[in-house]
Design a binder for this molecule. Sequence first.
Ligand SMILES: Cc1ncc(COP(=O)(O)O)c(C=O)c1O
Length: 412
Amino acid sequence: MDLFEKIAANRGPLGSHAHYAHGYFSFPKLEGEIKPRMIFRGKEVLTWSLNNYLGLANHPEVRKADAEAAAEYGMALPMGARMMSGNSNLHEQLESELADFVKKPDCMLLNFGYQGVVSIIDAMVNRHDVIVYDAESHACIIDGVRLHQGKRFVYTHNDMASLEKQLERAKRITDETGGGILVITEGVFGMSGNQGDLRGVVALKEKFEFRLFVDDAHGFGTMGTTGAGTGEEQGVQDGIDLYFSTFAKSMASIGAFVAGPENVIEYLRYNMRSQIFAKSLPMVLVVGALKRLELLRTQPELKDNLWTVVRALQSSLREKGFNIGTTTSPVTPVLLAGEISDATQLIFDLRENHAIFCSIVVYPVVPKGVIMLRLIPTASHSLEDVKETITAFEAVAAKLDKGLYSKTQVTV
Ligand SMILES: Cc1ncc(COP(=O)(O)O)c(C=O)c1O
């Protein structure tokens, strides 16, 4: 069969919605400055869908640092991969400051979080080793695991009895192969907002020999007393052997890093294919990240403001009877019952009549019959924004309950 014909017949689980969703439900264009009120199709909307947790995207000091760095360095510098010709003092300074911030001996910058995670996993294990990972892991973890040529076992999300069972299976294999075990989980799960049970995982180190790799994309900057992440929040940062975060969320930028022991980071520098064979992070992003990190360290009020909004949003939703699942982080899912047609009508109503913009998650990401609206509070939102949103949510949920959304697909 011709590959292009096959693709024409099967657009993939998300792509099959493209004919009605594109430009509105998927690939929407939010325009204007990054702040709670942005422009969607020419109209102002209150936005809850950007991972700009600390409000740094549009912070005046950040904007100034980015602009000055762009004027000074351009986008090209440094040229080449870090290993060949793309290293700089500023790259190394950022690595050292990040390592200090997350309380690890050393750190390595990564061009993108997704590629970084895939490549860390690829570099850490060979066919004699076994990976044990949480069932709700992000796509980058799943894709890293896919590259693995040895055994992999998945444990039920955050279920320590299940993890223990999988570790027993893993141990039986490594006893034979002489390999090691890598456990992978997230600090904060980006869909449910659950924290990974890092304390539970670390406690299992008393019984099993393994190394723990944590993707803390949503926890870095938002969790823990200093913002050092979910390990700090749960008092087990030392038990995390490799700590990862992207710059795409709290840092409101591009890039990522992995932190851990010096010899392991050095090994990664010389063995991670996604970094050895790719251009170094541009200087503009490095200088911008240094400024963002400085603000994270010196302006704890950013995290405090975030949590004021998080608490107000989550407690108001709960008071009004909304099911927000089991979140213990800023990520705020709102779970409703309905079909995809209801979901599209409801989102259309929210955006067009209530000027509220949030992300929508439907089957296959959540089970059939469930509509998940996902709200990401930020330090820039106000308590007034929360009130307005709750009023709108009550209105649309009442309509959904009464079956007032038609069963026809919204076309926009
Ligand atoms: C848990 C998690 N890991 C990794 C990534 C990928 O990071 P990046 O956007 O830097 O590729 C994301 C999304 O940004 C994420 O949510």
